[in-house]
Design a protein around this ligand. Sequence first.
Ligand code: DX5
Ligand code: ZN
Length: 224
Amino acid sequence: MSARINPSILSADFVNFERDFKTIEHADYIHVDVMDNHFVPNLTFGLPMVQRMQAVTPKPLDVHLMISNVDRWATGYAEAGAFSVTFHAEASDNPVALARSLRAAGARAGIALKPGTALDGYLEILHEFDQLLVMTVEPGFGGQALIEHTLEKVVSARRKIDADNLKVWLQVDGGIDETNIEAVAAKGADTFVAGSAVFKATDRNLQIDKLRDLADLGHKHANH
Ligand code: DX5
Ligand code: ZN
């Protein structure tokens, strides 16, 4: 199957989300960054905004929670109808219980790792999740450069997913653009968040198609 391209609306116009949704129709999912100015040093929006997005979005929402105390808050996003809810491993006391709660509420469950968080401790619980998000920048802001060493985790996660035949999507987020997506796909990522790379383009749909084609090319030349 084709690579998934999920534009991040962190780079959209915050008073015109509904209008901007219409400029990214070729997206597979819409990536929604929730930040609380506590887990990360930036603030976006919370559940009421995501509930409104859910009501007007033409695509399923891929919610990325960069918030503390996630065990308390994450399930509300699943109950709001989000297709996928990804929380940070660093912010949860009980990731497995939370994954089960998200799935019970009807969402796919995702777990995210900051660049400095090792993958090892999470490999044995990967089967409890539908998605692993390997952050390729420090979470908090769009427009940063990809941190190369994070791709080692992509390679290791891909090996584990294939070896155990897990149905886990392997997502990367941060600094993904037309110059590196092919190489990142070749290392085993299958789901790509792109904020500035999509929203800076004059024809965003064309850019989404281009990113997907490049990622598909990377999958053909996989080197993981
Ligand atoms: C960063 C967010 C990303 C961000 C990516 O913490 O999680 O989703 O929007 O933006 P780019 O693609 O511009 O690096
Ligand atoms: Zn994100």
